[in-house]
Unconditional design. Structure first.
Ligand SMILES: Nc1ncnc2c1ncn2[C@@H]1O[C@H](COP(=O)(O)OP(=O)(O)OP(=O)(O)O)[C@@H](O)[C@H]1O
Ligand SMILES: [Mg+2]
Length: 272
């Protein structure tokens, strides 16, 4: 199996682009972005793997993978004692209709900090493991937990382009500083910049507060903000209640169209 990631900074040209989706603030649309962007990329004929790295397993439960009923989850990858070339065969669950393959999470991931306490290179586990599966996908999306820790570090180290969903809300704006602090600290430790783009989510055109927040984001990070903006859409909650992705609920709704637009923007960005 060939090895590689599409990251010009690392001089590699073959294999998946790895997109961690992270923000230390909770409830800003990380899981919704992982699943909806994953499904949008599939609609653009891309091969996609979505990995749930949040111990709360919201993405897994949304996609009807119930971790307590599963023999293998992403936890096995982190607790693996040595190189296990066939680990992905066990933890990847094939597409159930969403169009993408999926690696479910496990509640025990929340104890990983303790489990890996003395393990050398513990921040590189995911990066190294992904090399074995990278060539099989165009995009690998990592749904991250809403806190700093060894899982977030693994995701940022493995990632090619970090996507930071930012809710267009004043309180959410305050939380953004935390993720930028983490990016700065990790960039220093890695000796390379972490590439990222922010994504405005849950935008309500009618609310002046939302418009003001979007205005601030646009002015503060003109080159680091996706042009695509994700609006408020009740279809997202409907999709999760039905265990489906938004395209299966209503491919013409604003949420579906905007994530498709985002997918096109990401593909264009990678090709530019
Ligand atoms: N654009 C949107 N419009 C309306 N509802 C949305 C939108 N995006 C997400 N939601 C809803 O908001 C809630 C939180 O979204 P989501 O679970 O994606 O956030 P999260 O950042 O992953 O949260 P956590 O930090 O808890 O993991 C969910 O109920 C989801 O369906
Ligand atoms: Mg989530």
């Amino acid at each position: 199996m060939s090895v590689g990631v599409t990251n010009r900074n690392r001089g590699k040209t073959v294999g998946a682009t790895i997109l961690p989706i992270a923000n230390q603030k909770g409830g800003v649309g990380k899981t919704t972005t992982a699943l909806s962007l994953g499904a949008a990329l599939v609609r653009l004929k891309k091969k996609v793997l979505v990995v749930d790295l949040d111990p709360h397993a919201n993405a897994s439960i949304h996609m009807a993978f119930f971790p307590e009923k599963l023999k293998y989850t992403v936890l096995d990858l982190f607790l693996s004692k040595g190189p296990e070339p066939d680990i992905w065969d066990r933890i990847i669950y094939p597409d159930k209709g969403s169009g993408f393959d999926f690696v479910p999470s496990h509640i025990r991931l929340s104890e990983l900090e303790v489990d890996l306490k003395d393990k050398p290179g513990k921040g590189l586990i995911l990066h190294k493991a992904l090399e074995a599966v990278s060539s099989e996908y165009d995009y690998i999306l990592l749904d991250c937990p809403p806190h700093v820790g060894i899982i977030l570090v693994n995701a940022l180290v493995a990632g090619d382009l970090l996507i930071i969903p930012i809710q267009t809300d004043f309180l959410a704006l305050h939380g953004v500083r935390l993720i930028f602090d983490t990016i700065r600290t990790l960039s220093k430790a890695l000796g390379r910049p972490i590439r990222f783009r922010a994504l405005a989510t849950m935008y309500d055109q009618r609310a002046s507060a939302c418009r003001r927040v979007l205005d601030i984001l646009t002015k503060k990070m003109p080159d680091r903000l996706f042009k695509s903006v994700i609006s408020m859409d009740t279809k997202f909650r409907e999709a999760s209640a039905q265990g489906q992705v938004i395209f299966d609920i209503d491919p013409k709704c604003s949420g579906a169209k905007q994530y498709l637009q985002l997918a096109k923007e990401i593909i264009a960005h990678e090709n530019s």
